[in-house]
Ligand binder design. Structure first.
Ligand code: AVI
Length: 317
């Protein structure tokens, strides 16, 4: 199993997204180079961004119930490589009373898988899968023993970064890989007052702005582009109809940027934006409806009391 070559993929993607006459866009998955990952870590510490802390609290609360549900033979897969902080309580509680616990982080980033192995190796046998999420789950379900149940973790509201229709499709695709009785623990950020959500994506310190602008800096580093970062402004908007926060980079003037590594020239009008991320916010009712439609039953919800965020456990029917 192999993940796509990242450098070439980035170049193709930049050419497609930035030569659009209508809405220019870049996929949020390109935020996470070394600098972007460090900035994201800093975001998780911001007082305005309660999401990660809420996720951690909700996971810690649901871990004993997970252990009770998955008492027999179980293997754990995580979509995205887990950080010690988030995944540790689940592995810790599940491994109690077992000789081994096999944990398969699935990620297209080799670096993230390495970090995950270092952090979580003392708690489980860490068996990284360097591939896309669906490839990894298919690989595991084809190879596990008949008596092993699979518990898939999809934490941190990464599902929020999928388009709504894509999220439904993806969760249904995962269901089709599972056997009856397998589980999916999904962490999703919930709708909350608009000012709270906006502050979470436009913090006072400017860390989220730096995280967003780093996409331009990354094109300068990796594709020899000549973006002047001061010609762009970070924007966070609430799209009520789609129930999502959108992040954009707004050009402050009419200008052109050369991107030799992607073989293109990007022309910007004053006020034109590059749409860089969507963070969809859900309600518990919508999550349940998605689960039922995809063929899961709902085994439990753990909603954080401080920051409206849910961990929800679905079982394949
Ligand atoms: C990774 N993901 C769930 C984060 C989010 O909240 O959508 C990424 C992020 N973007 C800006 N701040 C954090």
């Amino acid at each position: 199993m192999t993940a796509p070559a990242p450098a070439q993929e980035f170049a193709i993607h930049v050419r497609d997204g930035l030569t659009q006459h209508e809405q220019k866009w870049l996929s949020a998955r390109f935020f996470y180079d070394e600098m972007g990952s460090a900035l994201f870590e800093a975001i998780t510490l911001l007082p305005e961004y309660g999401l990660t802390r809420a996720d951690e609290r909700a996971i810690a609360r649901c871990a004993p119930d997970l252990a009770a549900e998955f008492r027999g033979e179980v293997i754990v897969a995580e979509l995205g490589s887990g950080s010690g902080r988030k995944t540790r309580p689940v592995l810790d509680t599940l491994r109690a009373g077992r000789r081994f616990l096999d944990y398969y982080p699935i990620d297209v980033s080799q670096r993230a898988l390495e970090t995950c192995r270092r952090e979580l190796a003392p708690l489980a046998r860490v068996l990284p899968l360097h591939c896309t999420y669906l490839q990894g789950v298919r690989h595991l379900t084809a190879r596990r023993r008949a008596d092993q149940r699979l518990l898939v973790l999809f934490l941190g509201s990464t599902i929020g970064n999928f388009e709504r229709a894509e999220a439904r499709r993806f969760l249904a695709d995962i269901r089709r890989c599972l056997r009856s009785g397998d589980g999916l623990l999904l962490g999703a950020d919930l709708v909350k007052p608009v000012d709270v959500m906006l502050r979470a994506y436009d913090d006072e310190l400017g860390v989220t702005a730096a995280f967003n602008l780093n996409l331009l800096a990354r094109m300068n580093r990796d594709l020899e582009a000549n973006f002047d970062l001061r010609c762009f402004q970070h924007l966070a908007l609430w799209n009520h109809n789609e129930s999502r926060i959108e992040m954009h980079l707004c050009s402050l003037m009419k200008h052109e940027v050369a991107i030799p590594g992607a073989g293109c020239l990007a022309a910007f009008r004053e006020g034109e934006t590059i749409w860089t991320e969507s963070s969809h916010k859900y309600t518990i009712e919508e999550l349940h409806e998605i689960a039922r439609e995809a063929g899961y039953s709902i085994a439990g919800d753990w909603v954080d009391a401080e920051w409206h965020f849910a961990e929800t456990l679905w079982l394949a029917e």
